[in-house]
Design a protein around this ligand. Structure first.
Ligand SMILES: *[C@@H]1O[C@H](CO)[C@@H](O)[C@H](O)[C@H]1NC(C)=O
Ligand SMILES: *[C@@H]1O[C@H](CO)[C@@H](O)[C@H](O)[C@H]1NC(C)=O
Ligand SMILES: *[C@@H]1O[C@H](CO)[C@@H](O)[C@H](O)[C@H]1NC(C)=O
Ligand SMILES: *[C@@H]1O[C@H](CO)[C@@H](O)[C@H](O)[C@H]1NC(C)=O
Ligand SMILES: *[C@@H]1O[C@H](CO)[C@@H](O)[C@H](O)[C@H]1NC(C)=O
Length: 591
């Protein structure tokens, strides 16, 4: 189990995920280095180290003549830190070898790259490595510590196994670890650093991908970024215990997937899911999905997909939307838990997504994506206008005509009368997604009705919760009306609903209810639907975390939905506080 989560440090993983020049390439062992890139070397802490700059295929250091805070600012900002904290000597981080690239450097402090500052000339210097510079960068308003999550899956394994690995006693399975240093050699090839780790066949044989049954040693190629974590990973195989940090989680996940160590993969995946709601730009979720596909991690893949489906409307307005892959969009469009205002909205965004991609998407793919839109769920009024409002109608006339016809039939016939053999009634096209537009949904925010000041004023009509120290003026309640079904024949056939959120057992008992836990949401029809209409309501409760993102979608069981009040427990994506807004969605389905 992952212990101790520290949401405030998640920025680091976000930074690694999409700001770092290495991006996901870091898994592939070939970071693309560019002339003038800088790095901080020799420290375990990513925010400090000896300053090194990349030139002509080689990392080199910087001499301290002329080095000041202005220069340090430039380095830290080039590395996407907010600024520099202090200047230190490079020797604090061990002695460097290789060239000294920069000397007598003068920056204004506003440059975006260290190589844009004034300096003598590349490699022209009278310094020795004793004068190398280092910096400590600012890490923003968060108290940066790369929070450690201690993972213990050892159950009954002895700690002695770790000692056996550390001492190497009796080891019989050498693992040669190779990683590129980033330096280019004289002949232009990349320099490769090699280390050997000696392990035990008996231990590694639990995981077939180490090939212990067929070979007597293996060679593993790792990126420079993942190389430092490999020993920790092998030690985990012995002890089933490991410290996972946000900077190591990607590497550990990747190694675990490479060697089929599923338990570790799942645990790392859970740590990933803590990051998912943190990124409003949706870049993290989309790149995590692609990464999960690459490594074949179905759990992580589903985790990302579900979040994107639940927060679909925000996704469509984010920078990640147009850069999404066809596969990901297709995977989202088959889901019934996509939360959108209505199906017409979905059609419009898919059309504009396709239009934006232009000719890079084949006609077949366009048709495939468009046919995943559930036309029968589009209102009859909108269907009628599609020919003139849809930007792709002329390009895909047949597809549109066929689907519009199908949708009309659905709108004007009872489901039991849909007998055209071309139409499969089990088709998802006849089932709603989660539509939030009026009149199908209503939102309650219980926090809006609470106030300590009002306690006495409303004494007779409310309830003071001594445990929470909060006064509830009255139960959060809303009544609303929907048609019995979305199809046109039920247009004038209405049903009334009452939605409540109960925060205290007092409120429950005042209505003759017994709440097993609190808060509890209730959505009750105020009238009966005739049985022979074959309509069943599969309603949903959406929990919005602090009004920012959907962190949970729940069913109602006999009109009731209990909400877990334990932060991460029971909620799919963590919500730092239990401040939810509750959205009730009515979903009639034909059965
Ligand atoms: C890393 O450096 C920052 C900035 O100096 C510091 O706040 C933090 O405690 C350090 N973290 C670790 C794990 O040493
Ligand atoms: C194990 O053997 C397979 C098939 O020969 C090979 O593809 C794979 O890379 C080997 N694994 C390692 C870690 O060498
Ligand atoms: C690795 O194994 C191969 C044969 O599988 C053998 O030829 C080679 O000597 C071994 N290398 C080491 C370092 O043991
Ligand atoms: C549906 O079919 C039934 C017979 O199965 C028929 O009586 C009824 O009129 C039909 N309704 C519509 C709306 O077509
Ligand atoms: C919430 O957590 C506490 C302590 O961790 C536990 O005792 C309680 O049962 C949990 N409640 C729910 C509703 O999960």
């Amino acid at each position: 189990m992952l212990m101790h989560r520290n949401v405030r440090t998640l920025w680091l993983l976000l930074l690694l995920l999409h700001v770092s020049a290495f991006k996901w390439n870091l898994f592939k062992g070939k970071p693309e280095l560019l002339e003038g890139d800088v790095r901080l070397s020799g420290s375990k802490n990513v925010s400090e180290g000896r300053v090194e700059i990349y030139h002509e295929g080689k990392w080199g250091t910087v001499c301290d003549d002329g080095w000041d805070m202005a220069e340090a600012q430039v380095v830290c900002r080039q590395l996407h830190f907010p600024g520099a904290k202090s200047v230190v000597t490079g020797q604090d981080y061990g002695k460097a070898s290789g060239p000294i690239w920069l000397d007598d450097i003068q920056c204004k402090g506003t440059e975006t790259h260290l190589s844009s500052c004034d300096f003598k000339s590349w490699g022209v210097t009278d310094c020795s490595h004793k004068e190398d510079v280092g910096v400590i960068c600012e890490t923003g308003d968060t108290n940066f510590d790369d929070a450690t999550h201690f993972l213990d899956q050892s159950i009954s394994l002895s700690d002695d196994l770790g000692k056996i690995f550390d001492s190497g006693t009796g080891c019989d399975f050498p693992i040669l670890v190779q990683s590129e240093t980033g330096n280019r050699q004289e002949d232009g090839t990349l320099e490769v650093a090699e280390t050997v780790i000696c392990a035990h066949t008996l231990i590694l044989s639990q995981f077939p991908l180490f090939n212990t049954s067929t070979v007597s040693n293996i060679t593993v190629s790792l990126s420079q970024f993942c190389q430092p974590h490999f020993t920790t990973f092998i030690r985990y195989i012995y002890t089933r215990k490991i410290d996972v940090t946000f900077s190591s989680v990607q590497c550990l996940h990747w190694m675990a997937s490479k060697f089929g160590v599923e338990q570790l993969m799942e645990a790392a995946g859970r740590l990933f899911s803590e990051v998912i709601p943190e990124d409003n730009s949706f870049q993290t979720q989309v790149s995590l999905y692609e990464y999960a596909k690459e490594t074949g991690d179905l759990v992580l893949q589903e985790n990302c997909c579900q979040y994107l489906a639940w927060n679909f409307q925000k996704l469509t307005a984010s920078p990640a939307w147009t850069s999404m892959s066809v596969e990901l969009l297709a995977a989202l469009l088959i889901r019934s838990d996509v939360i959108v205002p209505d199906e017409y909205f979905l059609l419009q965004v898919v059309e504009s997504w396709i239009t934006e991609k232009g000719n890079s998407i084949s006609t077949e793919t366009q048709v495939d994506l468009l046919s995943r839109v559930r036309f029968p769920m589009i209102s009859a009024e909108k269907l009628y206008e599609l020919e003139s409002t849809s930007s792709l109608y002329t390009a895909h006339k047949n597809m549109y005509r066929e689907n519009i016809l199908k949708a009309y039939q659905f709108n004007v016939l009872l489901f039991s009368n849909l007998s055209n053999p071309n139409f499969n009634k089990n088709d998802d096209d006849y089932q709603p997604r989660i539509y939030t537009t009026e009149p199908w949904s209503t939102t309650l925010d219980p926090s809006k009705r609470t106030s300590n000041q009002d306690r006495y004023r409303y004494q007779n009509s409310g309830y003071y919760d001594y445990n929470r120290g909060v006064y509830y003026a009255n139960t959060a309640t809303h009544s609303f009306t929907t048609p019995v079904h979305s199809s046109l024949i039920f247009k004038n056939n209405k049903i009334n609903w009452e939605a409540n959120v109960f925060m205290s057992s007092y409120e429950c008992s005042a209505r003759g209810l017994r709440c097993e836990s609190l808060p509890m949401a209730r959505l009750v029809p105020q009238s009966r639907v005739s049985r022979d209409s074959n309509i069943l309501f599969r309603n949903r409760l959406l929990l919005m975390c602090q009004g920012k993102y959907v962190c949970q979608v729940q069913d109602f069981k006999v009109n009731l939905a209990y909400i877990s009040v334990n932060g991460t427990q029971g909620v799919a994506y963590p919500c730092p506080t239990d401040q939810y807004t509750y959205q009730f969605v009515v979903r009639p389905e034909y059965v």
